[in-house]
Ligand binder design. Structure first.
Ligand code: HEC
Length: 183
């Protein structure tokens, strides 16, 4: 028994090292080079795009290409999301909690009602500081907010300007009249 002890331990460590190595290989295989997270499900990207355009109507302020060319001149000037420097957590927070007093609606129904949602800030805090919140076209479930982020990262953020017909058709996934305006 005493003789076998160290042998068993050595094997034990060997097995742990081997499985950790195999695990690292698996992770490496699942994560595209240079990306922070595995590529999102194409169905989620599609659904996120639909929410962006219709249900949440982000495009009315940020433009259909998410480049800040708003579609409704009455709406506040909204930034180009293609060039945002926010990471995923920042994007999710901006959608969930909006930008009180700055024209960006909060899309989480519980934003500023449940203090855990937006940095412990409540509706009372906003009122005290005279920060108005724009009412969103619709509130979104956390899962829907994730899909909008999937869409933005897959199709807009860091993808450069949408300035050619080919990029435009690729963006929509099909021919679109708006793409004919581009060369
Ligand atoms: C009523 C107009 C309006 C709508 C609708 C709107 N936004 Fe915004 N959004 C803004 C404005 C204005 C800002 C800039 C706020 C500021 O100055 O901080 C902004 C900021 C943002 C930012 C932060 C960008 C950055 O780099 O700081 C993100 C992300 C964003 N919006 C995403 C969205 C998404 C996604 C939707 C739809 C779910 C949406 N917005 C709907 C007006 C709008």
């Amino acid at each position: 028994m005493i003789v076998n002890g160290p042998v068993v331990r050595v094997w034990g460590i060997g097995a742990i090292v081997a499985s950790a190595f195999a695990g690292a290989l698996l992770l490496a295989a699942a994560t595209p080079v240079g990306a922070q997270a595995p590529a999102p499900d194409p169905e989620d990207v599609k659904e996120g795009m639909s929410i962006y355009r219709s249900k949440a109507d982000c495009q009315t302020c940020h433009g259909w290409a998410a480049d800040g060319r708003k579609m409704d001149t009455q709406m506040p000037d909204a930034p180009n999301l293609r060039t945002t420097r926010l990471g995923r957590a920042g994007i999710l927070y901006a959608i969930r909690c909006g930008r009180p007093g700055r024209g960006m609606p909060a899309f989480d129904r519980q934003a500023y009602k449940d203090p855990s949602r937006c940095n412990n800030t409540t509706e009372a805090d906003l009122q005290k500081n005279n920060l108005d919140l724009v009412t969103p076209a619709a509130t979104l479930q956390p899962r829907e907010i994730e899909m909008v982020a999937d869409f933005l990262f897959a199709k807009a953020i860091g993808k450069g300007a949408l300035d050619t017909r080919a990029k435009c058709v690729e963006y929509w996934g099909e021919e679109q009249d708006v793409c004919d305006e581009l060369k």
